[in-house]
Design a protein around this ligand. Structure first.
Ligand code: NAG
Ligand code: NAG
Length: 303
């Protein structure tokens, strides 16, 4: 999920990046891959376009690739609702593998649902290597509710709510509705584990895929940003990899309290111990941050 218009807040003084010695074809910078959220596209001048521009202003010479899923902006936006997530991830994997500028590795920043999709890229496609993954309002344990929709897509959201209520784990809905693929119903844990095509797989709910575990641990850092007044993501704990306790829909647990962590099924406990997990919180609704906050808190991971 994502909000368009997030960048209206980003206007502000331009801080010049410190000059650094020239060393390779990327001027000593690490390339950055962005994956937008639901209802958004690669190139919206008010969201991803503005983020890309801001980062290019702050880090001179950086190569920023804002992913387009499909042939154009319209397809890209629609695919964020209706295209099989596993297919999206493999499309992105081959795009990244074919990009000569990413050969030496890259950092990745995912917004909202784009964040959990980029984590799947890290787990499934270790080449070229992803160095740091920054999740901005991502839902790593999925969602159990869609209280509000971003932007002008509320009619699509009404449709999505109806489809999810009619049976999020039916094959038909799983295959064709992106949000169903990270729908996590704590009252129907068996159904979730068995039928969730995307999230249950990347979160090792069915089996422990040692490849996922090994690849995720190759990251230098996994940074997760939570929005303290988020009114789009339910429960917001998912932004820090927490969720509702199984069997009820009220009490939540943190990542550290979860079976996933205690059994270390994904390597997250090991990463935590190694100081690779970073939990950041910021005031504001979903994806609402200022340029000052972004510069102070996220840019240091991209330099
Ligand atoms: C920095 O890298 C970019 C992209 O590779 C290139 O276009 C630009 O000329 C480089 N700048 C310098 C100062 O080398
Ligand atoms: C584990 O993940 C790798 C990488 O995506 C995949 O090739 C392999 O088939 C998976 N193994 C199982 C048992 O799911």
């Amino acid at each position: 999920m994502s909000a368009v218009l997030l960048c209206l807040l980003l206007a502000g003084p331009v801080l010049l990046a410190a000059s650094r010695p020239y060393d390779d074809s990327n001027n000593g910078t690490v390339p950055l891959v962005l994956w937008h959220g639901m209802g958004d596209s690669c190139c919206n001048p008010l969201s991803m376009g503005a983020i890309k521009k801001m980062i290019e202003e702050e880090i001179s010479g950086i190569y920023v690739l804002s992913l387009m899923i499909g042939k154009n902006v319209v397809q890209d936006t629609e695919n964020g609702f209706f295209m099989d997530v596993n297919e999206q991830v493999s499309m992105v994997c081959s795009q990244l593998a074919q990009d000569p500028k990413l050969k030496g590795g890259y950092n990745a920043m995912g917004f909202s649902q784009g964040a959990q999709f980029l984590r799947a890229v890290a787990q499934r496609c270790p080449s070229p290597p992803m160095k740091t993954l920054i999740s901005v309002g991502g839902q790593h344990q999925g969602v159990y509710g869609l209280p509000r929709c971003p932007g002008e897509t509320s009619h699509i959201c009404d449709f999505i709510r109806k489809a999810l209520n009619s049976g999020a784990y039916s094959d038909m809905v799983q295959k064709h509705l992106v949000q169903a693929q990270y729908w996590h119903d704590p009252l129907n844990d068996d159904l979730y584990k068995k039928h969730s095509l995307f999230l249950a797989d990347v979160n090792q709910e069915r089996v422990v895929n040692e490849t996922y575990k090994k690849n995720l641990q190759l990251l230098d850092k996994f940074v997760m940003v939570k929005f303290l007044q988020d009114s789009v993501v339910d429960p917001v704990d998912s932004e820090w990899f927490g969720f509702l306790k199984t069997g009820q829909a009220k009490e939540t647990e943190t990542l550290q309290e979860s079976v996933l962590y205690k059994e270390d099924r994904l390597g997250l406990a090991a990463m935590d111990k190694a100081g690779k997990l970073v939990f950041l919180a910021t005031e504001g609704d979903h994806l609402q941050f200022t340029r000052e906050w972004f510069t102070a808190n996220l840019l240091p991971y991209l330099r």
